[in-house]
Design a protein around this ligand. Structure first.
Ligand SMILES: [Zn+2]
Ligand SMILES: [Zn+2]
Length: 388
């Protein structure tokens, strides 16, 4: 099947983007829409009546006139007006024909759409966040105009060492985002980093096969606190902690060899950089790396001006817009319970690494006296579905 190739945008400096579109009309409309008519009339050298008439003629409400537009989402997806001859509707028509002619394909597509993404709660909350605005938000917590909103898609983390050990089972779902978040231009990159949830942060450091009952107090996120974003040839390192390491140093040393012909790369501190400071391409894959080798693709898909139609409380940002659902990892023995253990080098397993629920793990790898059988490594496993 041929795949559509999507190109990233040109380089965009976020601060320049804001300066280009930010003017007194935008700020007036965003902060006090009731007075925007006066200002527009003055700027456009028109009477207020004419501005109001223009507003009503160009109103978005006209797009939803009863009887003119289809009402439901399915109607608009399935009923293509015959006179429309757009490039995008030709794809839509082809897809609908395909579903009509193959019930199996139609069912598969429905199954894929179902539960793939959970944005209902976010949207309800989002609407509440907009309608309950200003009145209830303390003054020092309100968003500051002018500003931009960026849509950031964070993909599921992939440990490179897991990839190496599991070459027979490539992780294709790493290409799907796990969360979509809205961030403000004035926010620091660390504000985003602090809300990225990754199951590998919950990993318990060390092989627990000798004593699987030991308390797990040392989560990886408390031990390995370093991380960076790699955006437009710059490493943004999180150096808030005294013992944080510059993960990019090794890569920059490797790239400094002129024979490799990569780079040069720059470095900045993540905690001192806001999104307004970035220069980026929309749709381009960037990287968030933490835990030494846990890699998350990160795609910024949109930049827009902050308006009254967005949540007005800075505490709501980064705002979780969408959470993508995943199938849980099941125990390879009973195939019913969720996996709690991951083993490496176990002679009793058909695949390496292998996943087990607690009961199956202990039944297979320990004797009646809880003594380890065989030579293997075991680590506690937290399912991706288990984290928010
Ligand atoms: Zn991760
Ligand atoms: Zn089991």
């Amino acid at each position: 099947m041929s795949r559509q190739r999507f190109e990233a945008s040109e380089l965009i400096n976020v601060r320049d983007f804001l300066a280009q579109w930010s003017n007194d009309v935008y700020i007036q409309c965003a902060t006090d829409p009731t007075k925007s008519t006066d200002l527009l009339a003055e700027k456009m050298n028109m009477s207020e009546e004419n501005v109001k008439e223009l507003e009503s003629v160009c109103s978005l409400d006209l797009l939803n006139k009863p009887g003119v537009e289809t009402k439901t989402r399915w109607d608009s997806l399935e009923k293509i007006p015959p006179q429309v001859n757009l490039y995008c509707t030709s794809f839509q028509k082809k897809e609908l024909d395909k579903r009509k002619h193959s019930l199996y394909y139609a069912r598969e597509m429905m199954r894929k759409f179902k539960y793939k993404r959970n944005d209902l709660h976010s949207l309800v909350h989002y609407n509440n966040a907009i309608t309950n605005i200003v009145k209830t938000v303390p003054e020092d917590c309100r968003v500051i105009y002018p500003d931009v909103i960026l849509t950031v898609n964070i993909h599921r983390g992939v440990k490179t060492f897991l990839q190496d050990r599991d070459e027979d089972h490539p992780k294709t779902d790493q290409l799907y985002p796990s969360n979509t978040l809205l961030v403000l231009g004035r926010q620091k990159l660390t504000d985003l980093r602090d809300v990225v949830r990754c199951v590998h942060d919950l990993a318990v450091a060390g092989d627990a096969s000798e004593n699987p009952d030991a308390d797990c107090q040392n989560y990886a996120k408390d031990i390995y606190k370093s991380g960076f974003f790699f955006i437009n040839n710059t490493f943004y390192n999180d150096l808030r902690e005294d013992d944080a390491r510059d993960y990019s140093q090794l890569i920059r040393d490797w790239a400094s060899d002129p024979d490799r012909q990569v780079g040069p790369f720059e470095t900045q501190r993540m905690e001192e950089t806001t999104f307004l400071d970035l220069t980026l391409r929309l749709g381009h894959p960037y990287l968030y790396l933490h835990q030494g080798d846990c890699e998350h693709l990160m795609v910024i898909s949109d930049i827009k001006l902050l308006t009254k139609e967005h949540p007005q409380d800075v505490r709501d940002y980064p705002y979780l817009m969408k959470k993508y659902q995943r199938v849980r990892t099941a125990c390879r023995v009973c195939t019913k319970q969720a996996a709690r253990w991951i083993t490496y080098g176990s002679e009793f397993t058909p695949e390496n690494p292998c996943f087990f629920c607690d009961v199956c793990f202990r039944s297979l790898h320990y004797d009646l006296n809880n003594k380890k059988i065989g030579d293997f490594e075991a680590y506690r496993f937290f399912d991706h579905q288990a984290i928010v």
